[in-house]
Design a protein around this ligand. Sequence first.
Ligand SMILES: [Zn+2]
Length: 236
Amino acid sequence: MDIMRREIAICTRMLVEVGILEYSGHISSRLPSGDEFLIQPVDDVRSALEPSRLLVVGLDGAVIEGEGKPPSETAIHAEIYKARPDVKAVAHFHHDPTTMLSMVRNRPWVPMKNHASRWPEGVPIHHDASHISSVEQGQELARTLGDANAALLRGHGEVVVAEGVKALFSDIVHFVENASAISSAALLGEIEPLTSEDLEKFQATFNREKHSRKLWAYYTVTAANKGAIPVDWLDD
Ligand SMILES: [Zn+2]
């Protein structure tokens, strides 16, 4: 089975398992050709996504291969891939406890936990709260994202980008974990975000690839034990 297809299916199913994805939201990954990506059909159930069902879609949003319609918000993925050649995987999801940080004045997403060093400056908020269904809206979102690695969509959801699906999964886990740390800490008192010096110190000894692999192993085995993914999809 194609490794990239399997990784997207595993990532999608695991995100449902940990309560980050539900009936909507999607993960994509850029194919080696550079101008095509894999994304699931709009109506396929996230918790039962099959690798063989993934569609090959061009950067114009047209389906090149596969059966079914791509998600209505496919422009999010296509326009980010166009604007960011470094991005190889994109996630769009609607995680309410995280989205809440786009709804409160003077309570921005700021780095609280050391793994938030992926987003040292915090993350931008995209103010268009509607569905991103046109090319123009996708381009606007890509402009909001700029060179950041995540954005909040006001009253709507999140976008997280990375260099591959395993790294993307790890980033999503840490992104929502940091959002919940902000909310929990704010209940206790005035929050004290990590400084750029704290984050640089953490980054100096942090091996991103090794960490993503460790996190992937933990979540895939746990998901397989619960029957959320087939055991024969696990890495050798
Ligand atoms: Zn959405």
